[in-house]
Design a protein around this ligand. Structure first.
Ligand SMILES: O=C(O)C(=O)C[C@]1(C(=O)O)C=C[C@@H](O)C=C1
Length: 275
């Protein structure tokens, strides 16, 4: 039997949408109610690959997800970007004036902060998943409560959309990683992006030296994220993404970075999906 793809949330969530676009419309999914549960399902072998949000253009990086990938020694085997459209939805018949509480995923609420400033009487409550709230409202026939979720979720659970596209900037987008316990199998895809992690001694110019190597070997850094090393206060590890045209040059740069940095790990090499 085909193994499932782990997603955060349920059908109708943005993770589900990504799984459908990245694999195929009817891909079998394993619904997980937290990112920690998602990574656990991969480690336990209950899913073959997972879809995990890593950064949103309005709300920023999901820092705990860097730690989850690192701690569980997972590999990044792909990436996918989607525009995110947030909608306020309710049980049919409810009006905006009736709404007292709105539940959604914390990243979703962050993306709609500006919209809710107009309605200070509405309480925003963080929940595990956008679509799961929509399903709960429908199943329990909850009044005075709304969800922030995708249009697909409203359709799936028969809710009415009270306000469309309520995210702060119209260009809202989220980057998702495709993760696995195994390295990417060659499947004919071009490999032109990599995610790396390393630690640096707190020494003048140590990060600049790394950046110079990236430049010298024609690697384009698309993202840098520092993370505190919890065992050593005020010491940081760095997660970087680079794109390149020449895989050999990438390998040469890695060889040098191995000497210049501490604990260099290749978190994955895969196809760049940002056009
Ligand atoms: O709750 C969902 O529907 C999700 O897929 C989670 C999630 C996230 O983790 O960032 C996915 C994309 C959006 O940025 C908002 C929420």
């Amino acid at each position: 039997m085909e193994r499932k793809i782990a997603i955060q949330g349920i059908q109708g969530s943005f993770h589900h949408l990504v799984a459908q676009q990245y694999y195929r419309e009817d891909v079998p999914v394993l619904e997980c109610m937290s990112f920690a549960e998602l990574t656990k399902s991969l480690v336990n072998g209950n899913a073959s690959e997972g879809v995990m949000a890593i950064e949103n253009s309005i709300a920023g990086s999901i820092l705990p997800n860097y730690a989850l990938i690192d701690e569980n020694k997972l590999q990044v085997v792909g990436e996918h970007y989607i525009p995110i459209d947030m909608n306020l939805m309710v049980l049919p018949g409810q009006k905006l004036e009736d709404i007292k509480k709105v539940y959604s995923h914390p990243m979703a609420l962050l993306q709609c902060k500006e919209f809710f400033k107009q309605y200070p009487h509405i309480k925003l409550i963080e929940d595990a998943d956008t679509a799961e709230v929509a399903r709960r409202i429908a199943e329990k026939e909850s009044h005075k409560i709304a969800a922030v979720a995708s249009k697909a979720a409203a359709k799936l659970f028969g809710l009415d959309i009270l306000a469309e596209s309520i995210h702060t900037k119209k260009s809202n987008a989220t980057r998702f990683l495709i993760i696995s316990t195994k390295k990417k199998e060659p499947n004919g895809d071009i490999i032109d992006k990599a995610s790396l992690k390393f630690e640096l001694e707190s020494k003048r110019g140590s990060l600049v030296s790394v950046l110079n190597i990236l430049r010298d070997f024609n690697l384009d850094m698309t993202k840098i994220q520092s993370m505190p090393i919890i065992e050593s206060p005020w010491k940081y590890s760095f997660f970087i993404d680079v794109t390149f045209d020449n895989y050999e040059e990438f390998l040469k740069a890695v060889g040098i970075l191995e000497v210049m940095t501490e604990q260099l790990t290749i978190l994955g090499t895969y196809k760049n999906s940002l056009i």
